[in-house]
Design a protein around this ligand. Structure first.
Ligand code: MLT
Length: 404
């Protein structure tokens, strides 16, 4: 006899982006002649860049020769990639992160879902509200979140940190002390960024209260303002309290290729438990490493040409972001984000609920976005558009919204 992990049954409905995909599929089936513009899920649309394609081709050719064939990758990642990450993403910004503190993976989503395995079942998590749903759902699956109240949309054993227009969508330090704090900056979904002094307060709080911060920096490449840190390790003391998660999806367009990494410093210790050694043990047991050809593609992102091509991709999407942000503002919408982030977070008009606005936009403008309430109760009354479409589609979507 087996028992299913009934924590899964506690999860409400399907994953946010699956729900949206199903709704859009039903709409397009019923309206096959409508050209729907998708600015919902944060999936990139620009092709992979030349340095990446060249590296992929070369690596594929290597794999076809006995002399250069690669079997299982080292489970923590090839050193040719980890060393470039340590040098260019961290040392170049004054952060002391060694190559062997970097764990290469198949992306930030799986790392942000799996990292909770390092903490016991009584560890209480604190999340921003609204929040990227993976942080909460993965803890629900692990049985850490208590019971769900459909009235409030909250789990009984989770500390919620409201992010509202009043606090600039940057949460205040929680009054009840959690074990784990999830932070994402630049933020998904609100597009808010945090300044270095503000982030330092979180690091100090975590060190004083023996918390660990899971810092999701997947959108780091979109930072345009000077006082915004690119890594939590720019803050003093972060090595003893923070794990940072990064992605190649949003900067280099690897959403279909899959590559990311997580930094677990060796200074993160609780008694005899070294989180670094535990994460290494987990990788060794559960993961056989990102594919060689994909890690070679990742390495190509660190060449001069690769860096320039990433800047080109980011500039393309940020041009969309500026057009959407300014265009909506001109139409009278209240708009946030789009400056250090590819996400535009807008107040729904006429106090519509997020899902009502989703339906209204889909049916009347044939534009898909993401309802803010899908990210948490404080997202109600908001709506997220991504800048990851093409420039033409971003302008066309704006025009359709203007004509509503
Ligand atoms: C989003 O739309 O929030 C992102 O695409 C989610 C993700 O990267 O997994």
């Amino acid at each position: 006899m087996y028992n299913a992990n009934e924590n899964y049954l506690k999860l409400p409905g399907s994953y946010l982006f699956s729900t949206i995909a199903k709704k859009v599929a039903a709409y397009t089936e019923a309206n096959p002649n409508e050209q729907v513009i998708r600015l919902g899920i944060g999936d990139v649309t620009q092709p992979l860049t030349k340095p990446v394609i060249d590296a992929l081709h070369a690596a594929v050719d290597e794999m076809g020769t006995a002399a250069n064939f690669h079997g299982y990758a080292p489970d923590l990642g090839y050193s040719f990639l980890r060393e470039k990450i340590a040098a260019q993403d961290f040392a170049a910004r004054g952060c002391k992160i060694d190559a062997d503190e970097i764990f290469v993976s198949d992306g930030a989503k799986s790392d942000s879902a799996n990292i909770q395995e390092l903490f016991d079942e009584n560890t209480k998590i604190a999340v921003c509200d609204p929040v990227y749903p993976v942080y909460v759902d993965s803890n629900v699956m692990a049985g850490r979140t208590g019971s769900y109240d459909p009235e409030t949309g909250y789990w009984s054993n989770v500390i919620y940190m409201p992010c509202t227009a009043e606090n600039g969508f940057v949460a205040e330090l929680p009054k009840e002390v959690p074990g784990l704090i999830y932070l994402c900056f630049p933020n998904n979904p609100t597009g808010a960024a945090i300044t270095k002094p503000e982030l330092q307060k979180w690091v100090d709080y975590a060190n004083e209260n023996e918390c660990v911060i899971i810092y999701d920096a997947a959108y780091e490449a979109y930072i345009s303002e000077e006082d915004v840190p690119h890594s939590i390790y720019e803050c003093d003391g972060a090595r003893t309290c923070a794990i940072e998660i990064r992605s190649f999806s949003k900067n280099a367009g690897f959403t279909g290729l899959r590559l990311g990494y997580t930094v677990v410093p060796k200074d993160l210790k609780k008694g005899a438990a070294s989180l670094h050694d535990m994460w290494a043990r987990r990788h060794g047991t559960k993961y056989n490493g990102a594919p060689y050809i994909v890690q070679k593609a990742g390495e190509a992102c660190y060449s001069e040409e690769g860096q320039a091509s990433i800047r080109g991709l980011v500039a393309h999407y940020m041009k969309n972001a500026a057009a959407i942000r300014d265009g909506l503002r001109d139409m009278g919408y209240t708009v946030y984000g789009g400056t250090n982030s590819p996400y535009i977070w807008l107040k729904t008009p006429n106090n519509m609920t997020s899902w009502d606005f989703f339906d209204y936009l889909l049916e009347n403008a044939h534009v898909v976005g993401t309802p803010g309430s899908g990210f948490g109760p404080n997202g109600e009354g908001y709506f997220r558009l991504t800048a990851f479409g093409t420039y033409e589609n971003s302008l066309a979507a704006l025009e359709r919204i203007r004509n509503l």
